[in-house]
Every structure is written in C-alpha cells, then in structure tokens.
Design a binder for this molecule. Sequence first.
Ligand code: PNS
Length: 162
Amino acid sequence: MAEKLAIYPGSFDPLTNAHLDLIERGSQLFDRLVVAVLTNLEKHPLFTVAERVEMLEEATQGIPHVAVDTFSGLLVDYAKQKNAQVILRGIRAFSDYEYELQMALMNRKLEPSLETVFLMPAESYTYVSSRLVKEIYQHGGSVKGLVPPQVEDRLRQKVSSK
Ligand code: PNS
C-alpha cells in the first residue's frame, strides 16, 4: 500500500504547544508528516521563515517521521508536488470551524483527491494561538507552558532586540 503522507501547513509565527500537540498526534497516524511553513505570508510576521523553520526543527527532532519544509503558492499544488494524500489541520474551538471548513472545501474543489483531516489538540491548549502568544509576550506577560522552551527563548531575544 502507498505510504500515507500528510502535510500540516501553517504560518507557525511562532510554533505553540497546540501546534506541537497536533504534530505529535499526526505523526502517529501517518507514515510521514511534513510540517510546511507558508513563506508568502500577507500579514507581517514576527519571526522570519528561517527562524520559524529552526524552531520547528528543534521542537520536532525527537518525533519520528516528521520533517519540516516551506512552501509558497497554493497549498494543493505543493501537496501534489509532494505526493501527499492528506492535509492536516487543527480545530481548537468552535470558532476555528468556519474558517477551516471554508479552506477544506476550497482545497477539495481545487484538488478533489486531497483529503483534509482535522484533529483536536489537548483541551488544555484550546485557547492557545500564535497571535495571543505574541501579544502577551510583547506586553511583558508570561507564555510559560504555552510554547516550547526554545520558542520562549527566541521570543525573549526578539522582544529585547526591538
Ligand atoms: O496557520 P494559518 O495562518 O492559519 O495557516 C493558513 C494556511 C497557510 C494553511 C493557508 O493560508 C494556506 O494554505 N495558504 C496557501 C495559499 C492557498 O492555498 N490558499 C487557498 C486556501 S483555500
């Protein structure tokens, strides 16, 4: 049977423990999981693509079958180029559902053979998002337990160099 390859796409600006939880779950379901960082973000990222990739590589090095990559353009084109069968996305709370449903159905319209699979991170991470992590950190709050320790270090460096 063909190897099941899943792509977990996102901005990862920065990686949070909710992302990491999803990567761990996904790594157990698929033969290979590629975490793919979108390079042409419209929003202004806090971390460069290289920094985001490094943080992902550091945090996932102990998780088997996981690789980190970058992509630009349409996700379905990248998935096709990789011969992936699955797009993995996380749904933390009901509020994520509408955006995720729209993206999944649009991707299905563009490439019907590609299936989107949704996983839920642990309930303790339902309120964790990259946006809030950045906001809290920039205002001097603690993000301990919300992001991997390496990400916390990088946030500290980033904010103190501003
Ligand atoms: O972490 P994010 O920002 O919620 O991830 C969004 C992402 C990267 C999955 C989405 O913006 C995406 O796939 N962008 C690539 C361009 C594309 O394919 N757009 C059409 C999606 S229906």
